[in-house]
Design a protein around this ligand. Structure first.
Ligand code: FES
Length: 131
């Protein structure tokens, strides 16, 4: 049911948690326990642009954490959050299937491999300038 809610809204709204708790006759805390345990579930609405930083083994070894730090600092959000203007949301993910191109960052549907902090800042600047 949580997956269907997320498919419909893009995240798990608190109103949906209230509704589900009443329907299943369980506490809201039990539902939040599930949604916060699994990274798959979003607590906030997704941004217009979704950034996923791969922290699978190859990308982690290749500097994925530094890339994540770069984005968090530049956008002033932590992973799992959306910028106040709704333009970007940020997630940390496991392998995205591009290990040969590690470290990889996925922006919307595009995989950007062999990413560096400099290239990443340039990519974010480009997207930020878009209307
Ligand atoms: S570990 Fe990052 S793409 Fe495989």
């Amino acid at each position: 049911m949580l997956q269907e809610i997320q498919e419909q809204f893009g995240y798990i709204p608190s109103e949906a948690v209230d509704w589900l708790a009443e329907k299943l006759k369980i506490s809201k805390q039990e539902i939040y326990g599930v949604t916060t345990f699994y990274n798959h579930f979003r607590q906030n609405p997704p941004g217009k642009h979704e950034i996923k930083v791969c922290l699978g083994t190859a990308c982690h070894v290749g500097g994925g954490e530094k890339l994540l730090d770069t984005i968090e600092e530049k956008l002033s959000i932590d992973s799992g959050e959306t910028t106040p203007d709704g333009k970007f949301s940020l997630e940390r993910v496991a392998c995205v299937g591009a290990c040969a191109l590690a470290p990889a960052v996925v922006l919307d549907e595009d995989v950007h491999g062999r990413m560096t902090q400099r290239l990443l800042k340039r990519l974010l600047d480009k997207v930020q300038k878009e209307k």
